[in-house]
Design a protein around this ligand. Structure first.
Ligand code: NAP
Length: 251
């Protein structure tokens, strides 16, 4: 029996993405995970429901080539509902302009902005091409509080996440009846990315001590809690009623 709901999820190997994948699979939603590596644990638990593609989303030629193939359309074929979770993201480069290597800037813009937008367009196109009734299509960009507040040292991260927010706002105005989109901030989550933040020198990220304190005081959300709220929101009737949202404000 094919799965009626199917999800394309980037960054499913670690952190928030791995927890989102586990939530989706536990709810009988088939997952196509895109990351540079594979998630062996989930593959062993859900051998029929998880497929994985090892792809560096910073390599836009590789992504373009993959999208030109038929994996995505075959994965979506016959689904009643399709979810795209643009979760993969990178923080680096951190620091002032003179500390940002152009190669790192290009990687961040590719992973955080270009790849989510390319995947969104490709999923919408496959949904429009699918035979019979087009699926209920829902796109969530994993945004950040940094999209909405500026932080010193995080100019690239703030700008790339703000781009996702604005993309969602404009796509929502296109008013496609079967497509919903929202750019959702997941809270401050205890993942490798938080460890990377705490490992940054104060010279590059002057607000670091704030994040040290969140960890020390047990204030970080677990990936499981954030994933649970995000997936619940994504599957709810109200998803997409606001093009931007913050998990911490959801009921
Ligand atoms: P994480 O622990 O660093 O995990 C990042 C995930 O993205 C991994 O699965 C990684 O997989 C994948 N990824 C990274 N670079 C990639 C690339 N070039 N190509 C393909 N996949 C790539 O990060 P996280 O904390 O879970 O963050 C998930 C999302 O939440 C990100 O968009 C982040 O900006 C956002 N966010 C996080 C926090 C937080 O407090 N943690 C707060 C706000 C927003 P591979 O290494 O296998 O490729």
């Amino acid at each position: 029996m094919p799965y009626p709901t199917r999800a394309i999820l980037t960054g499913h190997t670690r952190g928030l993405g791995a927890a989102i994948a586990a939530q989706l699979l536990a709810q009988d939603i088939e997952v196509l995970g895109l990351s540079r590596t594979a998630n062996a644990g989930l593959a062993a638990r859900y051998p029929g429901a998880l497929s994985q593609v090892e792809l560096d989303l910073a390599d836009l030629s590789a992504l373009t080539g993959w999208l030109a193939g038929d994996t995505l359309i075959r994965f979506m074929d016959g689904a009643q509902q399709v979810l795209l979770v643009n979760n993969a993201g990178v923080l680096a480069p951190v620091g002032g302009l003179a500390d940002q290597s152009p190669a790192q800037v290009a990687r961040a813009v590719s992973v955080n902005v270009a790849a989510p937008m390319m995947l969104a367009a490709a999923v919408a196109e496959c949904a429009a091409r699918s035979g019979g009734q087009s699926p209920d299509t829902r796109i969530v960009h994993v945004s950040s509080g940094a999209a909405r507040n500026a932080y010193p040292g995080w100019s690239i991260y703030c700008a790339t996440k703000a781009a996702l927010d604005q993309h969602a706002r404009a796509v929502a105005l296109d008013g496609s009846p079967l497509l919903r989109i929202s750019s959702v901030a997941p809270g401050v989550v205890d993942t490798d990315m938080q460890a990377e933040i705490r490992g940054t020198g104060l010279d590059r990220f002057p607000l670091r001590e704030r994040f040290d304190a969140l960890k020390r005081d047990g204030q970080l959300a677990t990936p499981e809690d954030s994933a649970c709220k995000l997936v619940q929101h994504l599957l709810s009737d109200t998803f997409g009623s606001h093009p931007t949202a913050d998990i911490r404000d959801l009921p």
